[in-house]
Design a protein. Structure first.
Length: 273
C-alpha cells in the first residue's frame, strides 16, 4: 500500500513537469484601500500562488480624524471648542492650529475677552510642546482657563492625556504621545472571497501576504517594491473569479489614506488544468 502511494506521488510529479507555469501581474488602481476585482473571463487553474510585487501611493494617513479632533477649553465661565481638520500633525502643529483658531474665534468675530474684573485682556494662549526625552507632551494652560480632555473625540488621547480636566498651570501627559497610530501596513488578499493564508498573527492564520512600514514623511510618495517575491498558495479554488486586496493596519483595520490614488500590483503564478 505504501509503495503504491509513493508511485502515485512520483507519477503526479512527472505530470507536473510537463505543465507550463504562467506568471501574470495583476494591477489594482483605486482611491480606496480595499479593492475588489472581478474577472470577465475566470482563470482556470490547477495550482496557483500569489505574491506582492509593488505599491504606489502617498502617505496621507491621518493621526487626527473624527475620533480625536476636538479641543475644548473654558475661559472664565464660557466654553469654547475647536475642531481640527483631518490630517497628519506633529505636536507643535496641533498647538499652532489651536492658537490660530482661538485668534480667529475671538478677534475676527469681534469677541472682547474680559478678565475676572471685567477688564479687556489678552487672548488665551495654550503652549503645547513635545517632550522628546520622555516621549510625552507638555501643555501650559493660561490663567482663567481650563482644558477639558474628558469630552467625546478629545485630542487629549493623541497627546497622551487621560480623560480629565486641566487647571491653569503646566501639565505633562500621563502616557506616551500617540502621534503615529499606524505601526505597520499589511497587504491582505482574498480569492473568490476565501482568504489566502499568508502568515500567522499572534498564532492565528491571516490573509496578510506582505507587511511593511513606509520610510517616508507624511505627504511624501510611498514606493514599496519587492524584488524577491514570496508566493503563497491559493487553495480550495479551481478557477479565479474575484480577487479582493486591502491595506490594513496592525489591528486589521482598513487604512484611511484620505482618497489618495492607490496602485497595487500582485503577481499570480499558476498552471492550467
Amino acid at each position: 500500500m505504501e509503495e503504491n502511494n509513493v508511485l502515485k506521488e512520483i507519477n503526479k510529479n512527472i505530470q507536473k513537469l510537463g505543465k507550463r507555469t504562467y506568471y501574470t501581474d495583476l494591477e489594482f488602481v483605486s482611491k480606496e484601500t480595499e479593492i475588489r476585482s472581478t474577472f470577465v473571463t475566470p482563470i482556470e487553474i490547477e495550482e496557483a500562488e500569489i505574491g506582492f510585487r509593488a505599491l504606489y501611493t502617498y502617505y496621507s494617513i491621518p493621526n487626527v480624524s473624527a475620533s480625536n479632533n476636538n479641543f475644548t477649553f473654558m475661559y472664565g465661565t464660557d466654553i469654547f471648542s475647536t475642531t481640527l481638520p483631518d490630517g497628519s500633525y506633529e505636536v507643535e502643529q496641533i498647538g499652532q492650529y489651536i492658537d490660530n483658531h482661538i485668534r480667529s474665534l475671538f478677534v475676527y468675530t469681534n469677541t472682547i475677552v474680559k478678565d475676572s474684573n471685567n477688564n479687556n485682556t489678552s487672548l488665551p494662549t495654550f503652549s503645547i510642546q513635545p517632550v522628546d526625552s520622555t516621549g510625552r507632551s507638555r501643555i501650559e494652560v493660561p490663567m482663567n482657563c481650563k482644558v477639558d480632555f474628558s469630552v467625546a473625540n478629545s485630542i487629549g488621547s493623541l497627546l497622551g492625556f487621560s480623560k480629565r480636566m486641566l487647571e491653569p498651570g503646566i501639565h505633562y501627559s500621563d502616557n506616551l504621545v500617540n502621534i503615529v497610530p499606524v505601526n505597520s501596513i499589511s497587504v491582505c488578499v482574498k480569492v473568490n472571497e476565501l482568504d489566502v493564508y499568508g502568515s500567522l498573527v499572534n498564532g492565528d492564520v491571516s490573509n496578510r501576504i506582505y507587511t511593511f512600514f513606509p520610510d517616508v514623511q507624511p505627504g511624501e510618495k510611498i514606493i514599496e517594491v519587492v524584488e524577491n517575491k514570496i508566493f503563497y498558495p491559493i487553495e480550495r479554488v479551481s478557477k479565479i473569479e474575484t480577487i479582493t486586496v486591502s491595506l490594513r493596519d496592525q489591528n486589521g483595520k482598513l487604512i484611511n489614506n484620505r482618497n489618495e490614488d492607490v496602485t497595487l500590483i500582485l503577481t499570480l503564478k499558476y498552471s492550467e488544468p
